[in-house]
Every structure is written in structure tokens, then in C-alpha cells.
Design a protein around this ligand. Structure first.
Ligand SMILES: NC(=O)c1ccc[n+]([C@@H]2O[C@H](COP(=O)([O-])OP(=O)(O)OC[C@H]3O[C@@H](n4cnc5c(N)ncnc54)[C@H](OP(=O)(O)O)[C@@H]3O)[C@@H](O)[C@H]2O)c1
Length: 247
């Protein structure tokens, strides 16, 4: 067997299968390269947005796979959410590009390009209340300090240990000194009632305007050793949440 093209991701429900299959292939078929097809996982232009954030995670996984197994990893090929030119998609497999999106307008390979530097006018300023899940942790504290420096009126830090977390009192004092009002809430960010209660307590004059998800539990490993429990879906099942994303 020279290689495998995985269609496991295409049903859009179960990205864990791809991770497991990759691990199995690496262990059991040391000669075979692996290519993965995704659908609507990447954006090629403003009018071609990401359709499926769950599948987008596989593009992150693909970068780790390419670094850990450069000799075995083939690449990822993204097809659009609508009509698919399967011949064009499969023609990419085995080629020299390892991150490709096939669209009606052509085949797009990933490139790094210079982005224009942000101007002062572009700088976002926090208003009202900002929720930081995992706000008493390492990343959460960095985000909170940055927000306070930007003049955040109210910060809501949520974690399971809340004010009892190591360093929480000092962090709150520091943020207040920088001029932000701070509330520390205790609870699981994956629990709907916890979140509802925390949000219900926000000051009327400071409604929720932004959320930073930094809550997470580090449980990493090499791809060949990963098993299903270490790779939960980003949506659907109840957390503990892993990884970070912002909105
Ligand atoms: N630090 C880095 O350089 C780095 C780099 C890349 C990725 N990450 C990832 O980013 C995430 C955060 O990293 P970190 O270094 O800030 O870790 P950390 O210092 O352990 O902080 C994690 C925070 O999340 C909270 N938390 C965990 N599960 C929670 C839940 N279910 N509900 C509410 N709060 C929860 C923890 O508090 P409680 O335990 O009290 O709930 C803690 O405040 C991790 O997933 C990590 O793998 C970190």
C-alpha cells in the first residue's frame, strides 16, 4: 500500500476518527502516506468563509502531523461545502502541495504573505464586560492584564476554583490597580447553568461584549500515541474545554 486518502472527515461529525486512523496508519503501515479530505474547513477569500469549524481543526492537526511525520504525511485537501469537482480534488493528492483548497474558481495552495501592519485606528478597545474563561490561569491572566491595559471597564474571570485558584487574589489586585473592575466567578465553563448564572450577575451598565476562551487542560502527546479521549470534538459534547479560541 503506497498511501491512503481519508474521507473520514467529510461527514462533518467525527474528527476523532481521522486522528485515530492517522495514529493506526503510522503504527501499522509504515510505508503508506496519508492524505485527508475536508469540506469547508478553510477560507480562500472573503466570499468563501469557513463553513465547518470542526473540520478546520483538522488543518491544525495536519500541521502537527507534517512536523511529526514529514516522510509519511501527505497533506490536506479541502473541498467546498456545495458541488465538488472530485477529479480536481484527487488530482492534487500525491503532488508537491500539502495544504490545498479546491474551489470552483481553481485550486488554491497555502502561502504565507505579508499582512499590512495594524494602525492605531484599528486597535480594538474592550467595552462593557469581557468574560475570560480560565481567567485565573496562565494564559487567562495574560489576556486579563492586556485587556486591563487597553482600559477594559469590567473583567469576569471564570474558572472552577475561582478566587481560590493560586495567584487569583494578586491578579485581581493588579487588574484593579490598572483601573478595571473585576469579578471572579467559580464554575465549569462547559456548564450552561454556570455560565448563565455568571452572566446574569453582570452589572447592568456593563453588558457582555467579548469572550476569550482560555480555559483548558493540557493533555498532549505525539500523534502516533493519541487515543480518542485526548481528542474530543470542539463542539457538541460537554467539556472540560481544551485548547483556545477567541471570538
Ligand atoms: N500556556 C501556554 O503557553 C499555552 C500554549 C498553547 C496552548 N495552551 C493551551 O491553553 C490552555 C490554557 O493554558 P494555560 O497555560 O493558561 O493553562 P492553566 O494555567 O492551567 O490555566 C487553565 C485555566 O483554565 C481553567 N479551567 C480548566 N478547565 C476549566 C473548566 N472546565 N471550566 C472553567 N475553567 C477551567 C483552570 O482553572 P480551574 O482548574 O480552577 O478550573 C485555569 O484557570 C490549555 O488548554 C493549554 O493547553 C497553552
Amino acid at each position: 500500500m503506497r498511501g491512503v486518502v481519508s474521507l473520514l472527515a467529510l461527514d462533518g461529525t467525527d474528527q476523532v476518527s481521522t486522528v485515530e486512523a492517522t495514529g493506526r496508519l503510522l503504527r501499522d503501515h509504515p510505508e503508506a502516506a496519508l492524505w485527508c479530505l475536508t469540506r469547508g474547513a478553510v477560507s480562500t477569500a472573503p466570499d468563501d468563509p469557513v463553513e465547518d469549524p470542526d473540520q478546520a481543526r483538522l488543518w491544525g492537526f495536519a500541521q502537527s502531523a507534517a512536523i511529526e511525520h514529514p516522510d509519511r504525511w501527505g497533506g490536506v485537501v479541502d473541498v467546498p461545502a456545495g458541488d465538488v469537482d472530485w477529479a480536481a480534488a484527487l488530482a492534487v493528492v500525491g503532488g508537491s502541495e500539502d495544504q490545498v483548497a479546491v474551489r470552483r474558481g481553481g485550486v488554491f495552495a497555502r502561502r504565507i504573505v505579508s499582512a499590512p501592519a495594524a494602525t492605531a485606528r484599528d486597535e480594538w478597545r474592550p467595552t462593557g464586560s469581557t468574560l475570560i474563561t480560565g481567567g485565573t490561569g496562565a494564559l487567562g491572566a495574560h489576556v486579563a492584564r492586556w485587556l486591563a491595559r487597553l482600559g477594559a471597564p469590567h473583567l469576569l474571570l471564570l474558572s472552577r476554583r475561582g478566587a481560590a485558584a493560586p495567584g487569583a487574589a494578586a491578579l485581581v489586585a493588579e487588574l484593579r490597580e490598572r483601573g478595571s473592575r473585576v469579578t471572579v466567578a467559580t464554575g465549569d465553563a462547559g456548564d450552561r447553568d454556570t455560565l448563565a448564572a455568571a452572566l446574569a450577575g453582570l452589572p447592568e451598565e456593563a453588558p457582555l461584549t467579548a469572550v476569550f476562551h482560555t480555559a483548558g487542560v493540557l493533555d498532549d502527546g505525539l500523534i502516533a500515541d493519541l487515543t480518542a479521549p485526548a481528542t474530543p470534538p470542539s463542539t457538541g459534547r460537554r467539556p472540560p474545554p481544551r485548547g483556545t479560541c477567541t471570538s
